[in-house]
Structures are given as C-alpha cells and as structure tokens.
Design a protein. Sequence first.
Lengths: 252, 252
Amino acid sequence: MNAVSLDLARLRRSCAHCSLRQLCLPGGIDAGALAQLEQLVRRTRPVRRGERLYRIGERLNAVYVASAGAFKTVSVSESGEEQLQGFHLPGELMGLDGLGEGVHRCEAEALVDANVCEVPLEQLSTVALQLPGLHQQLLRVIGQSLDRDHDHAGLLVRRQANERIALFLHGLGERYARIGEDPYRFRLPMSREDIARYLGLALETVSRGLTRLQEDGVISARGRLVEIADPKELARLAHGGDGGEPAQRGRL
Amino acid sequence: MNAVSLDLARLRRSCAHCSLRQLCLPGGIDAGALAQLEQLVRRTRPVRRGERLYRIGERLNAVYVASAGAFKTVSVSESGEEQLQGFHLPGELMGLDGLGEGVHRCEAEALVDANVCEVPLEQLSTVALQLPGLHQQLLRVIGQSLDRDHDHAGLLVRRQANERIALFLHGLGERYARIGEDPYRFRLPMSREDIARYLGLALETVSRGLTRLQEDGVISARGRLVEIADPKELARLAHGGDGGEPAQRGRL
DNA sequence: CGTTAGATTGACAACTGTCAAAAGACGTGG
DNA sequence: CCACGTCTTTTGACAGTTGTCAATCTAACG
C-alpha cells in the first residue's frame, strides 16, 4: 500500500495535468496494474515546431497527449484544401481521428516546440480489458473528445465573425485555466491563418475582429500575446450578447 | 454450429442495415455470446414524429439506432438558441453525446415516425469486456461517430452557402446509398429550417440555394422530395468545383 | 374548404471575402 | 548590437454573398 501511494504520487507529478490522468488513476487500482500502466506510456518525447505526430493515411497505432506545447490537427478536403479540425493544448487527447477506419484522417502538427506522451493503442486496449474501470475511463476521454468536436461545430454555426472570435478566445481561456495557466493572459500558439481556418473565416476577418475587440477594450492583443481585459464582456459577446436579444434574456 | 448460423441469419435479417451489426457480428463469436447480444437489444420500439429518445441533462444509459425513420440531435447554446448537431438515418448511432460527462448534451427528436433499437450502455460494456473483438468494434462505431462530426465541421467551414448545400445533399445521398436506398431520389425528413441550422445558414439562403440548383438542372426539388438529376455536377459543386480553382485541379 | 405551418421569392442593408499595400515581428548573419 | 530579409499581421477599398424583414405562395391537415 505504501509502494502504491508512492507510485501514485510519481504518476501524478509526471502527468500532473494530463487528460490520461483520468485513465491512469481510476478507483480500484493495484500496484501491478500501475506498473503496467507506467510502462505503457512512453514519456516526454520532444517534438519540434512543425513536426508531425502522424500523417493522413497512416495506420493509427497510438494516442498522444502533449505535456507541453500545442498542436493542430489538419485534414485535407476532397478539393485539396486544408481544414483545421482542432487545436490541442497540453492534456488534451490527440490521435482518435480515424478510429472508425483505423487510418488517420488528420495530421497532427506541433505549433510550437512540445513534449508528447505516446500510448500504443493495442496495449491500451489490452490493459483496459483487464482493468476494471479503465475501460469506462477510456470511453470517458473519448467522449470528451466528442464534446470538443461539438463545441467546434457550435463555434462554426455562429453567423457573426465577431461572435466566433469572442467564443474562441473565451473557450481558449477556459482550456488554459483547466491546465493551471492564466485564463486571461496567454500567448496564442497558432497563427491568424490557423485561427481563420478553424473558425471558417478569412484571416483578415480574424485580424479585424481582434482589432475590434481591442478597440472596445475587451482584450489587449499585441501579436500573439493576448490579454483579456474584460472577461465578462467577452463572455457576453461570445454567447451572442450582441446583435439581437436584449442583453441577458432567457437564461442566466 | 448449426444453431449459431441460424441465429446469425436471424440477426442479419433483423438488423440488416444497422451500424450495430458491426458490433454484433465480429469474428470469433459463439452461440452463448450471440444469445447475450440478442437479449441486449430491445428491438423496434416505435417512436412517433416529434418524440424524443432522451433529453438534455438526462443521464445517458443507452445508445440508440433507428431501424426506420430519421432523427435530429439538438443542443442548446448558452445564449439559449438551439443548435442542430446532426441528422441520424437508419443504422446510424445516437446517444454518444455526453459520454464525457455521463449526461446528455443533446436531445434526439424523431423527424418522422420511426423505430429504434435501444442498447443499455452498462450491459453493453459488460458484454464488451467479455467478448474478444467486441470492444474493438465498439471503439470503431464510436470512431465513425467522430468521423461524422468531422464531416459536419467540414461542411461548416465552407464559406459559400451553395457549396454547403451541395455537399449536404451529396453526403445525404451517400448515406442513403449505404442503407440501400436510392441515393438520387429521396424525401428529406427535415425542414428547411433544420437544414439551415445544421449548415449555419439562414433558412431563406437554403431555400434559394435549392432553387438555384434546380434552375441549373442539378437537382429537381418539389418540397421535401429531392431528385438529383446530375450527380456528377453536384459532386463537383460540393467539392468546391465552382468559385475559384479551374475545375478539376490538384486531385482527381 | 378553410386554416396553419412550411417554403419561396423580393428588396435592401450589412457583413465578410478578396485583392492590395503597408506595417510590424522575428530570426539570421554581419 | 544592429541591419537585413522574410514572414506575419494589420489596414484599406470594394464587390459579392448572405442575413433580415416582409409578403406571397404552397402544401398538409382538420
């Protein structure tokens, strides 16, 4: 029991803000299982900006979580243009795309220098079948990935560009908060062009939207450094507070 | 062995075009397991147009597949407006939303009278842990759900309304083909407003887009009845064939 | 046959995409 | 440490598309 809690402490420290923490530390875990899990995870492989974890068409054989840095996942439409499927901050799972066909539909590219943990899928499945609770936790993490996709779709159906941009910044702040970073002051790891493709806008529109937010005193942006000056107003704008309904009606 | 193949035949007939077929019929299945699976599925509960399979906030305790009819899944944004997350034809899984939190983020409403198969999640998990291969198959079906979400995002990032509409019809045709229906002639189960919210457009824009496609001889639409007169042209329009690049460059 | 919900069409303003140029940030090498 | 070149970002002007408001038309249903 003592050994177990030591291992637990080590795991916690090394994967402090890792989404796989939920995978690694469910109830009813014993020392042997812990050892198995520890061996499963290849830790902190450094990945340099521009490097890819996997490419489109590759068989998927692992899932990935960054412990530092940031990634984007990009797919290519039939017309040949790139489509930004998502951004991935430390602790957010990557590599589940193509779980349906067994082949990656996206490529994951590091936006800045990063560290990644890699978990071979086959071994993960094997261990999941043996560990009570781990299977459930795996489903849960996948579900969170589904949630993120729904949030993305939720961004894209907003018709006003400024609403999408505000919601994007708001959501990014929330995600930074979740990993212990300042939700009101952070450096964007992605370019305006990446943001634009993620939001389904022209990059000039993104730039103008940020400028507008700055003029209105909601944020302060110098290049990629963003400071959210008025979080409440940002949230209001993000949730369609401007443009139609009289401020706060319906819920809240 | 004889009994097994009989059961298999029965299963195939009853769930002929069901996405869960892939769950039910993996390799290495035996008679006992088959019986377990058969008991798992509550079959063909009739659901009338407008009825909901589940609501937002409910604990998720089952997944659903329609054997006939069609559904939409709708979520509500923080600003109170409804967001159309997806359409579900027969054989397409519903109910995975909220796998992350264990609580539904969407509600699933029948667009027309329908029949649904319901599979309790808890029992499914239990059986999945015992059946070699079933766990993998479960992941695969979830992956397909992820793929559909990515396709939806792919629709939404298109900037031109006509492109989204063409791609929507094209994709719908493909999905009808997959369940053995005519991909070039079908009745839309959803209203123009539903389509509009799914595509992130105004319903008038959808109506105009359909009219435009009809004027151009690509489709023939009378109310909800759609006939695709020129599938090749529709595919071209769907993949950005119009608007920029000189017809078919890059791939194809 | 009347009523109602859904769909189409028209007019107009606003937003956003496109093209183009300038300004700023960043890294490299002197 | 500064100068240079490149990439990114901002800003401007303008046209096109799309959203909004409003009226008409159609279809479904009682």
